[in-house]
Design a protein. Structure first.
Lengths: 251, 248
């Protein structure tokens, strides 16, 4: 509770200042709506926000899972075959530097307009790189003592990978996954700006803005924000459940 | 049959360094042998040759009458390093169980054997802890329990107490001796410390560097292997003898 209090108070103060700034400064609502107006819209539109968040959340989740599974398999392969690893890392870094979200319109043209696949594909690609790069780093950091021990146990390459490499790489994997979880929501929301099926938070934000209903647009932005936070917190929770030895270190 | 038989072994690394030159060494059944010498004398290399972690350039290494490679695959020895090398994601008991697991031993028997070994090193109460929650000395005891888990006839140890403080070190030395006596395990023990070598060993093998070779082999007889033994004149005489041999 003591750790939660300072950020909570800061947040509430910021909201009050924002409200005062808009009200007293007579800021036009199309430039910046007051938090009270956004809150009112959020309450009024809560059904719509919820439905849109579910749609975007499903896209983000499916993309996140697909991208993570692909990234872990790729990292295992890259750590197993040295040549593959040497080629893939600079390549991954280069592709990661591209604005992958910009692929959305291209992908939208490849599939039907009622298909959810383009958004999920964009999300999966965005997720892939942080997870791949971090997991690969973890897989490569092997304690030489562990390596010698497993040799004295006459352990096969597969046993070694499952019993030593993978659990040893878990904390790196989760570092990647924490980045990826927020990125997944951003990708799933923003991908809708470029067309495709319009049932998520992204399309609601653009259409509300197009109707100059700015407080409503902001209400959906708040929804997107909460969705991203949920993804991040669930990842944190998963991390603690998966690695009980870390938790016992802290306590 | 001797626990370890090394004859005519030389080791030249790919870099061209001659690590060992014409080494002969026999470790008897149930014997405790220490290898001591300055850094770079090849004592760790010799231990790794016995463990079949590296191969000799010339000569042969047999463990319990079998070639070193076969002995490794049959887990005919247990190994402990200076770093405990525990797996942080496994509980203490699961760490000790690992070598048994890889041998395909059933769950119930693994658990029983691990608990037996942990009792032996005095850590039965910590079976459910993670290594990160233990002190350095306790971690090293877990590593020893793990090395003993398959009940190997031979124990190989590379400065296992090197990173510990003097008090813990002396306690673990006594524990190790009583474990070896109880289980009848033969031991090859690499160390930097003269007093440690003398206190533990039936025989101290002194090595010298560049190229690594054996320069002396000193039998140690102590009236007792306990605190009284550490105070005995025989103990100090042997320390002087080993020190002289080290200076050549």
């Amino acid at each position: 509770m003591r750790r939660l209090l300072p950020p909570l108070i800061t947040g509430i103060l910021a909201l009050i200042l924002w409200e005062l700034f808009v009200k007293l400064g007579r800021v036009a609502p199309f430039i910046l709506p007051a938090p009270s107006a956004i809150g009112a819209q959020l309450a009024e539109q809560r059904g719509n926000v919820w439905d849109a968040a579910l749609a975007s959340g499903a896209n983000a989740l499916i993309g996140l899972i697909a991208g993570t599974v692909a990234a872990i398999l790729a990292a295992l392969a890259a750590s197993r075959f040295t040549a593959l690893g040497e080629v893939s890392v600079p390549f991954a870094a280069l592709v990661n530097a591209l604005p992958i979200i910009a692929l959305a319109p291209v992908l939208n043209n490849m599939f039907e307009s009622t298909s959810s696949i383009p958004r999920r594909l964009v999300t999966a690609i965005v997720v892939f790189f942080p997870v791949f790069l971090n997991t690969l780093r973890g897989l490569r950091e092997i304690d030489p003592t562990h390596q010698e021990l497993m040799r004295t146990y006459a352990a096969s390459g597969w046993t070694f990978a499952v019993k030593v490499r993978l659990p040893g790489a878990l904390s790196h994997l989760f570092t990647g996954l924490r980045q990826a979880s927020s990125l997944a929501v951003i990708a799933a929301v923003v991908a809708e700006y470029f067309g495709g099926l319009q049932d998520g938070l992204g399309s609601r934000i653009t259409s509300a803005a197009a109707f100059t209903a700015y407080p409503r647009a902001w209400a959906f932005v708040v929804g997107a924000c909460l969705l991203g936070l949920t993804f991040y917190l669930v990842t944190l929770l998963l991390e603690r459940l998966t690695m009980p030895w870390k938790r016992s270190l802290i306590s | 049959m001797s626990a370890v038989d090394i004859s005519g072994v030389s080791k030249v690394f790919n870099t061209g360094t001659q690590a060992l030159s014409d080494v002969d060494l026999t470790v008897g059944d149930g014997e405790f042998v220490s290898l001591i010498g300055p850094s770079g004398c090849g004592k760790s290399t010799l231990l790794r040759l016995i463990a079949d972690l590296i191969e000799p350039s010339t000569g042969t290494v047999t463990v319990a009458g079998k070639p070193a490679g076969q002995a490794r695959r049959e887990q005919a020895y247990g190994l402990a390093f200076q770093q405990a090398g525990l797996f942080e994601w496994r509980t203490v008991r699961k760490n000790v169980e690992l070598p048994l697991e890889l041998r395909g031993i059933g769950k119930a028997e693994r658990k029983a054997r691990a608990e037996e070994m942990l009792t032996l090193v005095g850590l039965a109460d910590f079976a459910g802890h993670y290594p990160g929650q233990l002190s350095g000395g306790m971690q090293q005891r877990v590593a020893i329990a793990r090395a003993l888990a398959v009940q190997p006839p031979l124990l190989l140890m590379d400065e296992p107490f090197g990173a510990l403080d003097e008090m813990t070190r002396e306690r673990l030395q006594s524990e190790l001796l009583s474990i070896c006596a109880k289980t009848g395990t033969s031991t090859v023990f690499v160390t930097h410390s003269i007093s440690e070598a003398v206190f533990l060993s039936d025989r101290v093998v002194v090595m010298s560097a560049r190229p690594g070779r054996i320069t002396a082999s000193i039998e140690v007889e102590l009236p007792s292997r306990d605190d009284a033994g550490r105070q005995s004149p025989a103990f100090f005489d042997k320390i002087t003898e080993v020190r002289k041999a080290l200076r050549g």
